[in-house]
Design a protein around this ligand. Structure first.
Ligand code: GDP
Ligand code: GDP
Length: 436
């Protein structure tokens, strides 16, 4: 099911990022665990009671070379475009400022459900600060304190109350959903167009186009695919459309609904930090991944060029060592024909189940050949392994003591599983549990 999205808006220094971090809690540091990825803390998943939703801190979307007021307005517009509900934050100690009024005007016109939060109300005595904020026209203001964590429960109750009924788009299990993500200008739209114009691809419009993306149904080699195209519906001309942080947001929406994600790189400009951030999100989401090096026509052909680029990709994206790499050109269509077969292969890995007896034979053999680690005199014993899920393939190791299962041991098990069964292009999750 699509999750609701909530955006935080407000002028600088009202406490947006403080509140974002509070609401997100520990999740942010988990996300940053992936080696080689630096993260912008602008987007995260939040759990509140039985609901989970996506939270955006629009304050983190820097649009350079813009006067402050224009920046604030752009951020409010992004919130309106992206969010189901908006949290509008003001500073209780400053009263209503001219910038608050500007933001209010934009939000008011949009008719998006907006909850007004008055921050820096650090104690009960300060509650009388609230009253003047009724004048902004968003109904009852909610007093909160980001630094003290006060009032956030009531605020979230109100936010959740405004969530729309989110229509479920029927997903056909046999259809492979994929998307292309990447920085602006790497060639995502060109690639989508090239795929749609390919030989032997039958394209048909389908129901299910959403606010975030255009879905196109294609049929090729006896397989149904849906391309989720977020790049194609960019509203050309808006200043923030070309910013990298905004492209991350767009990518996140596409990733959520995909089985397989094509991480598009630009052979012409090379690899940038933002490529890693975007790819890291796809990895975290547990999706099948193909690395697509586009604009290969711009590279001098030599015996070693491809090998060298591949080496660089492997160095720069150590967390995607399972993802196949394809070098192609949307312009010349070189190797384009190979793309959908790879997507299909990765999708099959992503949903593959392996037989428990074979799995156990392989792991037990591997353990017999390699003594298990001992931690504080306690030797790790693996008693049983079983696959508990797909998309991504997830395995549970039943062990004598889960505390002594370290990352390197999980990696060892993962490698044995990959050697035996393939799993090209999909992350594998391994969970250790105590044998009851
Ligand atoms: P942003 O620019 O809107 O993201 O604001 P920040 O989250 O960076 O906060 C700006 C300043 O206000 C920082 O110095 C915070 O420590 C402070 N601040 C944030 N929330 C509160 C609060 O609830 N009470 C008080 N007293 N200070 C706060
Ligand atoms: P997007 O922002 O990722 O959707 O990128 P676009 O598809 O809009 O492409 C950005 C620019 O790169 C355009 O000028 C394209 O013509 C160009 N481009 C896209 N693919 C290729 C390619 O394979 N080779 C070359 N030389 N240029 C390309």
């Amino acid at each position: 099911m699509r999750k609701a999205t909530v955006a935080i808006v407000g002028r600088p220094n009202v406490g947006k990022s403080t509140i974002f971090n509070r609401l997100v809690g520990e999740r942010v540091s988990i996300v940053e665990d992936v080696p080689g990825v630096t993260r912008d803390r602008i987007y995260a998943e939040v759990e509140w009671l039985s609901t989970s939703f996506n939270l955006i801190d629009t304050g983190g979307i820097e649009i350079s070379d813009e006067p402050m007021l224009q920046k604030i307005k752009n951020q409010a517009e992004i919130a309106i475009d992206e969010a189901d509900v908006i949290i509008f934050i003001v500073n209780g100690r400053d009263g209503i400022t001219a910038q608050d009024e500007e933001v209010a005007k934009i939000l008011y016109k949009s008719n998006k459900p907006t909850v007004l939060a008055v921050n820096k109300v650090d104690n009960v005595e300060m509650r009388e600060l609230l009253y003047e904020f009724y004048a902004l026209g968003f109904g009852e203001p909610f007093p909160i304190s980001g630094t003290h964590g006060l009032g956030l429960g009531d605020l979230l109750d109100e936010v959740v109350h405004h969530f729309p009924e989110i229509e479920e788009i029927e997903k056909d299990e046999d259809t492979i959903y994929f998307s292309l993500i990447g920085r602006p200008n790497v060639g995502k739209s060109s690639l989508v167009n090239a795929i749609l114009n390919e030989d032997r691809v039958i394209v048909s419009d389908m129901e299910g186009t959403t606010r975030d993306a255009i879905d196109t149904f294609i049929h090729k080699d006896d397989q149904d695919f849906v391309i989720i195209d977020t790049a194609g519906i960019r509203k050309k001309g808006k200043v923030y459309e070309s910013t990298e942080k905004y492209s991350v947001l767009r990518a996140l929406r596409a990733i959520e609904r995909s089985d397989v994600v094509l991480v598009v790189l630009d052979a012409d400009t090379g690899i940038r930090e933002q490529d890693k951030t975007i790819a890291g999100y796809a990895h975290d989401a547990g999706k099948g991944i193909v690395i697509v090096v586009n604009k290969w026509d711009t590279v001098e052909t030599s015996e070693t060029a491809m090998k060298e680029f591949e080496l660089t990709v492997r160095e720069q994206f150590p967390f995607l060592d399972y993802a196949p790499i394809i070098f192609l050109s949307a312009k010349t269509k070189k190797r384009l024909q190979r793309l959908t077969p790879i997507v299909k292969l990765v999708s099959e890995s992503h949903s593959k189940r392996v037989p428990t007896n074979v799995l156990n034979d392989i792991i037990m053999d591997a353990m017999a050949m390699n003594p298990t680690p001992t931690v504080k005199g306690n030797r790790l014993k693996v008693l049983y392994v079983t696959q508990v899920g797909v998309k991504p393939p997830t395995f549970v190791l039943f062990v004598n003591d889960p505390e002594i299962v370290h990352f390197s041991f999980k990696r060892f098990i993962e490698n044995r599983i990959r050697e035996a069964f393939g799993f090209t292009g999909t992350p594998i999750h391994i969970i250790a549990r105590r044998r009851a």
